[in-house]
Design a protein around this ligand. Sequence first.
Ligand code: HEM
Length: 338
Amino acid sequence: MSTAPSTDWREEIPADEEERLIRGAETLRDLQRARKRSEKSDRALHAKGIGFSAELTVGADLPEHARIGPFAISGKKYGAYVRFSNGSGKRGSDKRQDVRGMAVKLLGVEGKKLIAGMEDETTQDFLAIATPFTPIRDADEFVTLVRAAETPALLPLKLAWALGLGRTIELVKALTKKPATPFTSFATSRFWSALPIQFGPYAIHFSFVPRAAASADAQAPTTDEGLMDDLVTRLKSGPIAFDLQIQYFVDTQKTPIEDPTVEWKESDSPFITVATLVLGEQDATSAEGIKQSELVEALSFDPWHAVAALRPLGNMMRARNHAYRLSTQERGASKEPR
Ligand code: HEM
């Protein structure tokens, strides 16, 4: 894209929204609390994960409209932590079909941060899942679904009660649809923000694109720890790399801010690479590796850990501004690292 992207995006915020978002966040927090087995709660969602250290390098010669916030200086390097996760709020087998997450925390990022009381922190987070959009319409539907999923046998019934039969059939179909290719490794999978963030005067979706392709004989995990073990094994013998790409808002139909069910198609808005993320060779089973993994586990990855130029946008993002804070508080997550 050589010409400057559109700045014509808008958020639409209903007057009674915030109250509902707070109630939704409290519902997720209550589920998290009820699940607590040991002294400490797990994350309300994405309870099972594994963390590593990494480095992000900003691309050289980026176009003017990509030199925003942390990406302003060509070739700049940031230390980072990365956590790969399964979406469920319960730690379960990697063999189960689930949402897969990738969370990245950059260190040493200058500029005032968005969360009140955390303005002088120096971290910038990016959270992504392994699908480019979500079939879930909004935060209310998201919370309804998470609550209903607590008792899988009753899920369709509970959803039908809350959302009506037509919408339940639509949603269950979309959520249980087998992907075209099985999820075989975090290291060879692509991750998307699925929701927009501001990018200076523009709005974007971002995506982490793996440098390595899955081998032709790659298989879905066959053991409970299959996906987590795969990462540990790969990193023992070499690095794992992802390109960080962005695509710009074009117009409200093709690239809506408030409707997360619409995929921002590459044919409407091509991605450009703005940085490269490398998880260097490391041994997660060494004493140092275990310590680092524990450190990452205790961190809070939150889309609102962000500079003002990269503000999260849209209803689901505004919901996350409450939900992550309550989940983080409930489990006593660590302060932001320096
Ligand atoms: C569709 C876009 C979304 C994406 C890409 C996404 C991604 C993620 C990821 C990757 C994690 C794991 C973070 C980590 O490793 O620490 C996470 C955790 C979490 N997500 Fe989301 N999520 C989305 C939507 C939502 C929504 C709409 C809500 C609630 C309204 C929500 C609530 C949470 C909570 C409570 C956690 C646990 C936070 C913690 O204790 O650290 N997410 N999400």
